[in-house]
Design a protein around this ligand. Structure first.
Ligand SMILES: C[S@@+](CC[C@H](N)C(=O)[O-])C[C@H]1O[C@@H](n2cnc3c(N)ncnc32)[C@H](O)[C@@H]1O
Length: 446
């Protein structure tokens, strides 16, 4: 196994269904007994889903069906922590394994190591729960191995961890090299859970306990639950990372202007545009996401026409003043919130997404009046989805790049690049809790 890749072992489980499920499927008519540990069962399914099938964490959560919200939250935390430290924990496990265990066993061991080294779980509980998990999931022959290995990790793991370059190990090699001189700082961001950032409706009061950032975003500690905050139901605020809130701010005064939000769900930027007084048309291709977009627009008391359509094909009846293109992207900028993304994305995904981004930019041009503005934004850290797309658009022609000025970025000067792009990563504003990775640029239709 190479370093910095998801721990895909060469050994496969003898029972193919064990590989599919991360455990043995009950035979027809043979009901599985109710799980005595739903948290670890779900965390196991999530991690196996990422490692074996490149399945998003949220997809496994959605498939899990109804369960106690506390169990669900604990499963999410355990799985996310495991994925955050997967490279360095794999490095610790490797010399302790004489043979490659089947992938589900490796996933279970990683859950155990995460509990021992990163979640302060008492050793007897960390070891015992993983041994039980293996037994429940048809992997009892590996219970002894897990017991021995995890006890050893409990004894030696912390010292071993001290000697590792975990920032390097916990990022896949292709991303590390793509991020260049920013890689170490970005990787530090991965090790921290993202705080909760709120954008406020104009005139709204922020819930107590927040830290007001220079751009107006109000920040709360990681793990704060927005749905229980006073004012949530009334749509006084919405969750939006401080960096994600910037592209709309950088559009300037949009009051009274016609603006298309071309890739709109779940609607954070639609809400911002509406709050700023724009006449917004929000386009979303996925029906299910459009439902969520409409719900959010209603809760946030925003006004926007929402249309379920393919933004590449749909055209407005008349050209508009501005288009916000928050384009589908690799989302590598959001890995603090979605550590699964780190291990799921591959270089070829970025290439395919970049082609789509070019097509969206061309579509946006068809929607704009001459002199109209395209705000191009992606929550990606990859050059191919940021500066390279702007360079490609300028080469195709029909656009002028208008750099962001120092004044426009006065509240977040650190995000202005020499070319006048907006560019952030999780290592910025480290002392304040970091921020998501974002790229934005302003193009004017000529
Ligand atoms: C990065 S997200 C947008 C986030 C949103 N702007 C916000 O701030 O809440 C991209 C969205 O584009 C949608 N999308 C993907 N392809 C699309 C297309 N061809 N036309 C319209 N929407 C599309 C996705 O379903 C997804 O909801």
């Amino acid at each position: 196994m190479t370093q910095n890749t998801p721990p895909r072992g060469s050994g496969r489980p003898k029972n193919p269904s064990a590989s599919r499920q991360g455990g043995r499927r009950p035979k027809p008519g043979q009901e599985r007994r109710p799980s005595p540990d739903p948290t670890r069962d779900l965390a196991f399914d999530i991690v196996c889903g990422v490692v074996e099938h490149r399945r998003m964490l949220e997809t496994t959560l959605d498939r899990a069906g109804p369960m106690d919200p506390r169990d669900r939250a604990s499963a999410h935390r355990l799985a996310a922590t495991t994925l955050r430290y997967m490279g360095s924990m794999t490095e610790i496990l490797q010399p302790m394994l004489r043979r490659e265990p089947p992938e589900p066993v490796r996933c279970a061991l990683l859950l155990g190591v995460a509990q021992l080294l990163h979640l302060e779980t008492p050793p007897h509980a960390a070891v015992g729960t993983i041994v039980d998990l293996l037994r429940r999931r048809g992997l009892a022959p590996f219970a002894g191995l897990a017991n021995a290995v995890l006890r050893r990790v409990a004894r030696e793991g912390r010292d071993l961890l001290e000697g590792l370059d975990d920032a390097r190990l916990d990022v896949p090699a292709w991303l590390w090299s793509a991020w260049g001189h920013r890689a170490r700082s970005i990787s530090r961001g991965l090790h921290r859970e993202a705080p909760l950032d709120l954008s406020l409706r104009p005139g709204a009061t922020a819930p107590e306990g927040g830290d007001v950032l220079p751009t107006g975003t109000v920040r709360y500690p990681a793990g704060t639950r927005i749905a229980t905050m006073e004012g949530f139901e009334e749509g006084q605020f919405w969750a939006q990372d401080v960096a994600a809130a910037m592209p709309v701010k950088l559009m300037g005064d949009v009051a009274g202007k016609t603006v298309i939000d071309l890739c709109a769900a779940p609607g954070g930027k639609t809400a911002q545009l509406s709050a700023a007084g724009a006449d917004v048309t929000a386009i979303e291709k996925e029906e299910s996401r459009a439902v969520r977009l409409r719900e959010n627009i209603t809760r946030m008391r925003a006004t926007a026409e929402t249309i379920v359509a393919d933004g590449l094909k749909w055209r407005p009846k008349a050209p508009v003043d501005a288009v916000l293109l928050d384009a589908p992207c690799s989302a590598t900028g959001t890995f603090r919130r979605h550590p699964d993304v780190l291990w799921i994305k591959r270089p070829r995904d970025v290439t395919a997404l970049a082609e789509g981004q070019d097509a969206f930019i061309d579509a946006a041009r068809d929607m704009l009046k001459p002199g109209g503005m395209l705000m191009y934004a992606v929550c990606s850290l990859q050059d191919e989805e940021g500066p390279d797309r702007i360079a490609a658009a300028l080469e195709r022609g029909g656009w002028k790049h208008v750099p962001f000025t120092d004044e426009e970025l006065a509240d977040m000067a650190i995000a202005r690049t020499p070319e006048g792009f907006f560019r952030t990563h999780p290592g910025l504003w480290w002392d304040r809790g970091g921020m998501d990775g974002f790229f934005a640029a302003r193009l004017i239709r000529v």
